[in-house]
Design a protein around this ligand. Structure first.
Ligand SMILES: [Zn+2]
Length: 461
């Protein structure tokens, strides 16, 4: 066996031992686990030279931070998730070139691209650029008084999980932000000093000619940055190597999926030689950039068009997820695998984004309450005990989705049913192991932790 192979099996045994020691039920032999492990090289911590004057720091936290070196200083593109990791990037950039930061450009308003900004404020003159509406998603929800997305976001991100429970985040390494360093701390939040509010704007900063381009896709405050002198495009989260997160589990206003495909097409038209995405390592080489963007665009468009076709046939969201099947040519491309986003969620998002909650089936106009439905299911099963036996049977048959659903019925008739909580936690943990989509894995495992905590709190009451 070659050295690489030996190292890999050693790594596997260490991870397996750690999992067992932690009492974790995650099987190490699932294809998803193997694929995720093989992704870790994508997140090695280093600074890559993308072109003559462009450097991108990857693997420090969850999103790349780039530096464009100009005659009079440097421009930073995206600022990372927390101040501690971004300070490290600032120090390492300084080792390459010791010039002052003249501007920070946010591709969009998500925390993982903005909360590290104070690390780059070399002086009070640093310009901070963002698109009008920044930071759109948070503002839309919070201005309506909706806050649950913060809690759901932590479950999606896996922040409650232990290192043994996370392989990586699909598009980034497993990372826990340093809250002391400033994340979520008002002191460290840096807002824009300059707002970009047109379709395209040319700016000159630090002696560099740059172009900001409006790019409504993942967010409504998205932009991409084009650096024509070296043919580098900074796409923000409209591109990274994974099936895109066209819907976020934490809860999000409808993301303009048709517009997202359009943005990818616009980026293609720039003729970039280097593509720096919002996550994962940059892609370098004109042909590869073109091919990747074309497939990315076409896969999103296929999913959108096919979903609309099914909607017009009168299909419900549950029917649509069976109807819309991605062609093999997209499924087999590594950068379109559902490491982070998931096509099924995008299909449901398109339905609800355009038509709202009602699936079109008259039965569902005024559904039974959860408790009313559950009482009838218990009656069908014979008794609560008989239903509990069915749950055990479903788990033994590895029918985990059904087991979790049956647990929900038991919990709907008796919200304090500890056994149902624990069985559901088992089912969710098992569901996590087969999922490639890390946001789903994180959500399953975080929910399992909550259930076990609730069960043990009830036991000690
Ligand atoms: Zn991001």
């Amino acid at each position: 066996m070659n050295r690489k192979g030996t190292g890999f099996s050693l790594l596997m045994s260490i991870i397996m031992a750690t999992f067992l020691a932690a009492g974790n039920v995650m099987a190490m032999d699932s294809d998803s686990t193997r694929l995720l492990l093989s992704r870790n090289a994508e997140f090695n911590k280093e600074i890559l030279r993308v072109s003559e004057n462009v450097y991108t720091a990857v693997g420090y936290a969850v999103s790349p931070v780039s530096m464009i070196v100009g005659p009079q200083g440097i421009v930073i593109v995206d600022a990372g998730l927390d101040v501690a990791s971004s300070r490290e990037i600032r120090a390492d950039f300084r080792r390459i070139v010791d010039k002052p930061v003249k501007a920070v450009i946010f591709t969009h308003g998500h925390p993982d691209h903005t909360h590290g900004a104070s690390a780059f404020m070399d002086s009070t003159d640093v310009q901070v650029w963002a698109r009008e509406g920044f930071p759109h998603e948070q503002y839309t929800l919070e201005s309506a008084g909706i806050l649950i997305q913060k809690k759901r976001g932590k479950k999606q991100a896996g922040f409650m999980l232990s290192p043994e429970q996370r392989i990586n985040n699909g598009i980034a390494k497993a990372f826990w932000p340093d809250r002391k360093g400033g994340i979520w701390g008002a002191d460290h939040k840096i807002g824009p000093s300059h707002i970009f509010n047109s379709e395209r704007q040319k700016i000159n900063i630090a002696g560099l000619d740059l172009e900001l381009v409006a790019a409504t896709g993942e967010t409504h405050d998205g932009l991409y940055l084009w650096y024509p002198a070296e043919h580098v495009v900074f796409a923000g989260d409209n591109f990274y190597k994974s099936w895109p997160n066209l819907y976020a589990l934490r809860g999000t206003p409808y993301r303009d999926i048709r517009g997202w495909a359009n943005v990818i097409d616009m980026i293609m038209q720039e003729g970039a030689v280097s593509l720096v995405g919002g996550h994962t390592r940059p892609i370098i080489g004109k042909d590869e950039v073109n091919q990747t963007l074309a497939n990315y665009r076409d896969a999103i468009l296929f999913l959108f068009d096919k979903t609309v076709e099914g909607i017009n046939k009168g299909m419900t969201p549950n029917q649509l997820v069976d109807y819309v099947v991605l062609p093999e040519k997209y499924k087999n491309l590594d950068y379109l695998r559902p490491y982070y986003g998931n096509p099924e969620w995008a299909i449901r998002a398109i339905f609800s984004g355009y038509l709202g909650w009602f699936d079109g089936n008259a039965t569902n106009l005024f559904p039974l309450s959860d408790a009313q439905e559950a009482q009838r299911i218990v009656k069908l099963a014979g008794s609560e005990d008989a239903l509990a036996d069915l749950i055990v049977g479903a788990i033994n048959e590895k029918d985990y989705q059904w087991a979790a659903m049956l647990c929900d019925y038991l919990l709907a008739v008796d919200p304090k049913n500890k056994t149902a909580m624990l069985r559901k936690a088992d089912a969710l943990t098992a569901l996590a192991q087969d999922k490639l989509t890390t946001t789903a894995r994180n959500y399953y495992l975080s929910s399992a932790i909550e259930l076990r905590k609730r069960a043990s709190a009830l036991a000690s009451e």
